[in-house]
Design a protein around this ligand. Structure first.
Ligand code: PHE
Length: 338
């Protein structure tokens, strides 16, 4: 008779063990465990007996090894069957008896949305009531959408490699970057859709700033864009005032200070006053004719406004948070408060 290789013998034992495991796991009462015992450890026709008989056919050099594995299997089966017998003996007769509905339940710790996510959703909701649709844009951008189409010239300091996260990846000769502002979305929307447009876009932006109480290398902006014939700065200011008072409360005041952005003209810095303190929240202005031209719109036929505010800033203002790093420390004692 041909000698059985050790591998084949071990495989047969592994099958035996897997079958026993399955049968014992499924055994719900003493009779089922007893059936399993007879099937595997039965003195006459048990599977272990069969394997023991095969032991003599294993290739002689491996027989010692095979014997050791055989003894392990036998020990395992003996213990597993005893454990199953104990288990079914201890089990209550009916399922109802197993559940004491009068015991106090196990509390499930419930989380909630992060304060920044809550702020984003709230701003989206407020803006939607003013007819602004929420849109998203990519966080990895090309220089056209982050700079060129926004009339940010090649020598503008905003393009400084030290002020941006440029990537090793390029599209043509154009290294991609993590967007430094959500104004990219203005361009993406105007390239695809024609006015009238009212969109709002809330998302992450990236700048290599050292983290401190008011800076973080990743933060969120809310970008608003409205393009309709006859739009004026008054529409812009009213929209921002409605957003501010809906989010922070009726007492908020909004102030514009002259500023410069390449993609708006005129441009303003937006401050909000709440509880006696003015805080700069972002920038805004009328969409620059150069931007409208870049996306194929006629600056003589349409006008629009755009604004960009810091989400962390308005969230911090609303909740009285002094250090924006707290939003990202993931300390549940802090997050639980919102
Ligand atoms: N994108 C500007 C910034 O990040 C803010 C801005 C948005 C200004 C829209 C004007 C219009 O600083």
């Amino acid at each position: 008779m041909e000698a059985v290789p050790l591998d084949a013998f071990l495989a047969e034992m592994a099958r035996c063990r897997a079958d026993a495991e399955a049968m014992l796991a499924a055994a719900a009462d003493g009779a089922a465990v007893e059936r399993a015992r007879v099937e595997f450890l039965g003195a006459r026709n048990g599977r272990l007996k069969g394997i023991q008989k095969g032991l003599g056919t294993v290739e002689p050099a491996a027989r010692r090894d095979a014997g050791r594995h055989f003894n392990d299997l036998k020990d395992w089966l003996t213990v597993a069957i005893a454990a199953a017998q104990d288990r079914v003996a201890a089990a209550p007769a009916t399922a109802e008896a197993a559940i004491d509905v009068t015991l106090p339940g196990t509390p499930v710790p419930l989380g909630h949305l992060h304060p920044i996510t809550q702020t984003i959703r709230r701003v989206q909701e407020i803006m939607s009531r003013l007819g602004f649709e929420s849109v998203d844009g990519p966080e990895v951008e090309d220089q056209w959408h982050n700079f060129d189409a926004l009339a940010i010239s090649p020598e503008h300091p905003a393009r400084d490699p030290l002020d941006n996260f440029f990537l090793q990846v390029a599209r043509g000769n154009d290294p991609l970057l993590l967007r430094s502002q959500t104004s990219t979305v203005q361009i993406r929307v105007m390239e695809r859709r024609r006015p009238p447009l009212r969109i709002v876009s809330l998302g992450r932006v990236y700048r290599p700033d050292t983290a401190d109480a008011t800076h973080y290398p990743m933060f969120h902006q809310v970008e608003g864009l409205l393009v309709e014939p006859g739009t004026t700065m008054a529409h812009l200011k009213t929209t921002l005032r409605l957003l501010a008072s809906s989010f922070l409360g009726a007492g908020v005041r909004v102030r514009f200070r002259p500023a410069f952005f390449p993609f708006t003209e005129p441009s303003v810095e937006v401050d909000m006053e709440w509880g006696g303190r003015w805080v700069e929240m972002g920038g805004a202005g009328m969409v620059d004719p150069a931007v409208l031209t870049a996306v194929g719109l006629d600056p003589d036929a349409v006008s629009g406004f755009a604004f960009g505010l810091g989400v962390e800033r308005i969230a911090a203002r609303r909740h009285g948070v002094a250090d924006i790093r707290d939003f990202y420390r993931n300390d549940v004692r802090f997050l639980r408060q919102f």
